[in-house]
Every structure is written in structure tokens, then in C-alpha cells.
Design a protein. Structure first.
Length: 260
């Protein structure tokens, strides 16, 4: 197989959550460009359909599926919709997530539960549903969890996101544990750990601390629009068929500095 063929996703179906904007839309676009058929999921229908139109305009076969993954009881029906349309799911990108900033001693109970529910519970329930219904029966699949360098260690001083860090640490170890369990069934499970990217979730922090963040990053830059695209294609493709249980930091080197 040629190197080009190793990265070709033609005929594959990719389900990407949180794909109406930001990193999710960027990753979905990369998978579509490499030939994958897409099912994209997001909570806000207007943003979701705008993203689907953008992808379709680029020649991508895309199915928008509106849904709130935080309402975990709706996950089986969401998977029903994708399987009814495409018949299979080959690639699952668990990107949807939430954050909340507050000092640990003052952290609201509702905020803790919201972050954990979406970042950990929904991720598990969706992965379990996709795994047992379409990946395990075919003994094939690629699962890519979007963790964070926040799940590898602490934060720079002044950043108070205890629930987010905890949840992403859980995603890191979930990735390792599931890779060991489902590897014998032919399923690769890996994670991407982004550093600081200018997204809606991080914009408030970067408005205040972007110069400090950049100064603490060896490559002296924030993540850009294309910086996760090659990594997600690699983990979704045959090029990574002998890679599982790994957590790839895409962070400009920040995790080296903070000791993650």
C-alpha cells in the first residue's frame, strides 16, 4: 500500500461530535477532504446546518444530526439515525465538550456536573453504543477522543478549571483502558490532547492571557485552523493501524514546559 493510500478514507463513515464550529468542524473537514462520509452532531441546529452546508459546498457527503449529548438517554436514537443513513460507523471522534472557570473552593455543584456529564459520561455512552452496534460486530473501528493537555497535568498559574482538567484526565485514562480492552477486537482507541487554540470555549481566557500563554509555549504560537487536521487524519486512517492507547499532544510544546 502506498503512503497516499494509507491516509485515504474513501468509503469510511466518520461520526464527529461538537462539529458545528471550532476544532470539531476543522477535524470533520479534514476527514471529509480525505474521502470520509460524515455525520456531524451538535446541539444548536442553526449552527449545525450552516456547518453541514459549508462541508457540502466542499464536496463532502455530510449528514447533520442535531442532538444534545448531555441528555444521554438520547444517544441510542442518535446512533440509530446515523446507522439508518450510512449503515456503519468506522470512525468516531468524541470532540463535544464543556468547560467552566471558578476557584476549586467556590466551584458550583451544577457546573461540576455539567462538565463531567458531557466530557465523560456522554463520551462513554456514545462510544459504548457505537462500539457494540457497529465496530465490535465488524471487528474494526477507529475511536479518537479529544482530551487536552489539561488532562495531562496542572494549569499555568491563574487558570482555574478544576472540573475540565479532571474530566480530560479521565478521558486520557479512558482511552488507555479501552484501547487495551478493545484492541483484540481490531479497534484502535487514541486521543488528541490539544493545547491552546482560539476557540469559543477558550476565547475568554485568551482575551486576558494570550501573551502569557504564547510566552509559555516553546513554538511561541497558539494552535491554528489546520494544526489538528493532519493528526486526526493520521489517527483515523490505516497509517495508524499499529497505534493504540496513545495520547498525542498538539500544543506547541507547552506540555513539555509544564511537565505533563
Amino acid at each position: 500500500m502506498s503512503v497516499r493510500d494509507l491516509f485515504d478514507l474513501s468509503g469510511k463513515v466518520a461520526l464527529v461530535t461538537g462539529a458545528s464550529r471550532g476544532l470539531g468542524l476543522q477535524m470533520a473537514g479534514a476527514l471529509g477532504e480525505m474521502g470520509a462520509r460524515l455525520a456531524i452532531v451538535a446541539r444548536k441546529a442553526d449552527e449545525l446546518h450552516a456547518a453541514a452546508a459549508r462541508l457540502a459546498g466542499q464536496g463532502v457527503d455530510v449528514l447533520p444530526v442535531a442532538g444534545n449529548l448531555g441528555e444521554t438517554a438520547t444517544i441510542p436514537a442518535l446512533v440509530d439515525t446515523v446507522l439508518a443513513h450510512y449503515g456503519q460507523i468506522d470512525i468516531l471522534v468524541n470532540n463535544a465538550g464543556a468547560s467552566w472557570g471558578a476557584a476549586a473552593e467556590d466551584y458550583p455543584d451544577a457546573a461540576w456536573h455539567k462538565v463531567m456529564n458531557l466530557n465523560v459520561d456522554a463520551l462513554f455512552f456514545l462510544t459504548r453504543e457505537v462500539g457494540r452496534r457497529t465496530m465490535l460486530p465488524r471487528r474494526s473501528g477507529k475511536i479518537i477522543n479529544i482530551a487536552s493537555i489539561a488532562g495531562l497535568g496542572g494549569n499555568p498559574v491563574g487558570i482555574q478549571t478544576i472540573a475540565y482538567n479532571t474530566s480530560k484526565g479521565a478521558v486520557v485514562n479512558f482511552t488507555r483502558a479501552l484501547a487495551a480492552e478493545w484492541g483484540p477486537q481490531g479497534i484502535n482507541v487514541n486521543a488528541l490532547c490539544p493545547g491552546f487554540f482560539p476557540t469559543k470555549m477558550s476565547q475568554g481566557l485568551l482575551d486576558v492571557a494570550a501573551p502569557q500563554v504564547i510566552a509559555a509555549t516553546p513554538l511561541r504560537r497558539l494552535g491554528g485552523d489546520e494544526d489538528l487536521q493532519g493528526a486526526v487524519v493520521y489517527l483515523a486512517s490505516a497509517a495508524s493501524r499499529h497505534v493504540t492507547g496513545q495520547c498525542l499532544a498538539v500544543d506547541g510544546g507547552m506540555s513539555v514546559v509544564i511537565g505533563a
